[in-house]
Structure formats: structure tokens, C-alpha cells
Design a binder for this molecule. Structure first.
Ligand code: MD6
Ligand code: FE
Length: 216
């Protein structure tokens, strides 16, 4: 999928356009993976991973946590952001400054300077976990991009269009990849195919995905 618009650095980090508003930054996090994992471990020690229920009552296969001023939650009452973690009944752990800085750097590299993430949603995929096709539209501010970081086992990411039905593209997100998407791509449908089993030096038998969002 490389084309004339790919931008290559000297350090094995390179960019690929996924759409007019979306940039895939291959290898962005590779050099920072251990410190990012350590920050995630500190967050989930305070706000453990949990399997949320969909509004329809189904248990999600992906386990989730959050850090930042708000967190994304789902239950019988619907999908929303809230300042209190329903599991611990306290505020979410603060967003680590280093994670925030890396997300801002990725956003800037992807063409969105001035990104001010308020939430980092942490998705934990064990083998077999998947995420159905969805749009991210629970954020009050849909003009800001979302920055996604992937760690650990590779996953097939399904990149669709603006309707639930229709043509989709499958891309393999690997350890250390970042995707920055905003603009006209912000409301694309997307999902993750069931995670293939494997073992990764940084995450073990898992994939971890962080998505930084500006909810306000
Ligand atoms: C995942 N990501 O990669 C799920 N949403 O595990 C998302 O659902 C997502 O990567 C909005 C923007 C970027 C994403
Ligand atoms: Fe999403």
C-alpha cells in the first residue's frame, strides 16, 4: 500500500495516508513501548480492566479501563463519558503526562497540532477478543481527531466508510503503530477482527490499544 505520499523517517517510523484526514504512523511507539507499558500498568492498578456490557446487555469481549478527566463507559443505560469510574466509585486515574505528550506528538505529526486529549480509553484484547463495527460519536467535540496507539500482538483493523454497510478495508495494526484520524475520516465505521493467539515480549498473550480523545 506504499505510494508516493508515504513519508519515511530514518528511524523506521513512517507515515501512510489512510484518507484525507487519517494518517497511519508505522512504528511510532516502538522506541517508547516499555515506558508506555509501565504507565498503563500504573493506571490499571488503580482502575482495573473490566468487561463492560453493551446497552443490549451483551458482555464485551474486550476489557477496558480509562485515564484522564473522564472515562468511556457502557451499560444498560447506554454509552457515555463520565468522571467517576463505576467500578471503583472514584475519579479515573490522571492521564500520565508522558502518554499525553506522545499522543500530542502523534497528532501533530498527523496534521492536527493543538490536540488536547481529555480521555485515554485503554482496550485489552485477549486471544479471540474483537470489536464490532462502530463509529466513535460519543465525544461532544467531533472536530478533534482521535489518536490510537497499538501495543503487543498484531490485529486486523477493519476500516470502513460512513455507512455501516459497504466496502471495508482490512489493515494489520502492529506493535508500536499509531493512527491519527480526524477531519472527514473522523466518523468512519471501524472495528477489530478476533485477535489471533500469540505471544508478545511487551504484552504477553494480548493486544493493548489506547485511544486518546478530546471529549470537550
Ligand atoms: C482498537 N480502536 O484499535 C479499537 N476508534 O482496538 C477504535 O475503536 C478506534 O483505533 C476511534 C479511533 C481510533 C481507533
Ligand atoms: Fe472506535
Amino acid at each position: 500500500m506504499q505510494d508516493l505520499f508515504d513519508i519515511h523517517d530514518e528511524d523506521g517510523v513512517w507515515q501512510e495516508a489512510l484518507g484525507s484526514g487519517a494518517t497511519w504512523i508505522h512504528g511510532f511507539l516502538v522506541a517508547h513501548a516499555d515506558e508506555v507499558m509501565a504507565e498503563i500498568d500504573r493506571v490499571v492498578a488503580q482502575a482495573p480492566y473490566r468487561h463492560l456490557s453493551t446497552p443490549g446487555g451483551k458482555r464485551m469481549s474486550v476489557a477496558m479501563s480509562n485515564c484522564g478527566a473522564e472515562g468511556w463507559v457502557s451499560d444498560r443505560a447506554g454509552y457515555r463519558y463520565q468522571t467517576i469510574d463505576p467500578l471503583t466509585a472514584t475519579v479515573w486515574p490522571a492521564m500520565p503526562a508522558r502518554l499525553r505528550a506522545l499522543a500530542q506528538q502523534a497528532a501533530g505529526d498527523g496534521g492536527y497540532p493543538g490536540f488536547e486529549p481529555t480521555v485515554c480509553l485503554i482496550n485489552y484484547y485477549a486471544p479471540g477478543a474483537r470489536m464490532g463495527l462502530h463509529q466513535d460519536r460519543d465525544e461532544a467535540n467531533l472536530t478533534a481527531p482521535i489518536v490510537s496507539f497499538s501495543l503487543g500482538l498484531p490485529a486486523t483493523f477493519i476500516w470502513g466508510g460512513w455507512q455501516r454497510v459497504g466496502k471495508t478495508q482490512r489493515i494489520m495494526l502492529r506493535h508500536g503503530d499509531a493512527v491519527v484520524w480526524g477531519g472527514e475520516d473522523r466518523l468512519r465505521f471501524h472495528g477489530v477482527a478476533p485477535l489471533k493467539d500469540g505471544e508478545h515480549a511487551v504484552t504477553g498473550r494480548a493486544r493493548i490499544n489506547l485511544t486518546f480523545r478530546q471529549t470537550k
